[in-house]
Design a protein around this ligand. Structure first.
Ligand code: CAA
Length: 260
């Protein structure tokens, strides 16, 4: 499929997906949300792709939020529908078998922060800035931000960020547990791709099942989560990759995983 607002480049099993509307700081309008959903769905089905890195075009923004110009003209019903479609995109990222890493190169505001939070983890450049300015526009985060941020950093810090609309820098975002690591702007994408490659070298079924256990376990009681983990652990013992991974360890050689 042809994308008007996305650039996708795949090398060494890693897809780098760049949101490409730099003239509006990569703001998410309904077309971009639809394209992201289609692109990620296709990448997840592509056996040659083992991880995705998402970033923003230009040197200023990852994504500066949902497109305010488009939103300023929509009805209440359309706004509800827009939020649900944005949320479906965020849930798709959770459901994908392959990991998705956000490489936040500048502003990640509103829907941009929501997109980053939906990813499996976030790397940031020293120039990155994070915040939820929605209350200053008379609305609230609508792409899952209230739910994902509070689950990630707890309600108190989430309340402060969402109620104040304040923008925080990358170091503070790391202190608060939003960001895993902060790099120089030049290092950001190489570091994100290097981690993606480290993951790609592992058994892809193990990675997919680990993601499934963590994402779904977060919504379960601990006991149910443990039971779910054990069932996924057991299923993996029916795979080539488990036999190969353990045989390679015992034979002191590198495993050749097949994803089956
Ligand atoms: N939607 C549409 N256009 C946007 C945009 C957005 N979210 N963010 C920036 N732009 C546009 C600007 O309108 C401007 O366009 P023009 O050149 O045509 O005027 C262009 O991008 C460059 O932006 P600025 O001139 O404003 O750049 P700046 O460096 O002065 O400021 C900024 C940067 C602080 C990020 C500022 O652009 C800004 O505050 N943007 C809006 C951030 C925001 O409120 N995001 C939340 C949106 S609501 C949301 O996301 C809801 C949800 O949860 C689903």
């Amino acid at each position: 499929m042809e994308f008007k607002n996305l650039l996708i480049e795949t090398s060494d099993s890693i897809a780098t997906l760049t949101i490409n509307r730099p003239q509006v700081l990569n703001a998410l309008n309904s077309d971009v949300v639809r394209e992201l959903e289609c692109a990620l769905y296709e990448l997840d089905l592509d056996a040659a792709v083992k991880a995705v890195v998402i970033t923003g075009a230009g040197d200023k923004a990852f994504v500066a939020g949902a497109d305010i110009k488009e939103m300023s003209e929509i009805s209440s019903f359309e706004a509800h529908d827009f939020a649900r479609r944005g949320q479906r995109l965020m849930l798709l990222i959770n459901k994908m078998r392959i990991p998705v890493i956000a490489a936040v190169n500048g502003y990640a505001l509103g829907g941009g922060l929501e997109l980053a939070l939906a990813c499996d983890f976030i790397y940031a450049s020293e120039k990155a800035k994070f915040g939820f300015p929605e209350v200053g526009l008379g609305v609230i985060p609508g792409f899952g931000g209230t739910q994902n941020l509070a689950r990630l950093i707890g309600p108190n810090r989430a309340n402060e960020l969402v109620f104040s609309g304040r923008i925080i820098n990358a170091v503070r975002a790391r202190e608060w547990g939003i960001v895993n690591e902060v790099f120089t702007p030049e290092e950001l994408l190489p570091k994100a791709r290097a981690t993606a490659q480290e993951i790609a070298a592992k058994g892809s079924l193990g990675v997919a099942y680990a993601k499934d256990a963590i994402v779904n376990g977060m919504n379960m009681t601990k006991e149910d989560g443990f039971r779910y983990e054990a069932s996924l652990f057991g299923v993996l013992f029916a795979t080539h990759d488990q036999r190969e991974g353990m045989a390679a360890f015992l034979e002191k050689r590198t495993a050749e995983f097949k994803g089956k």
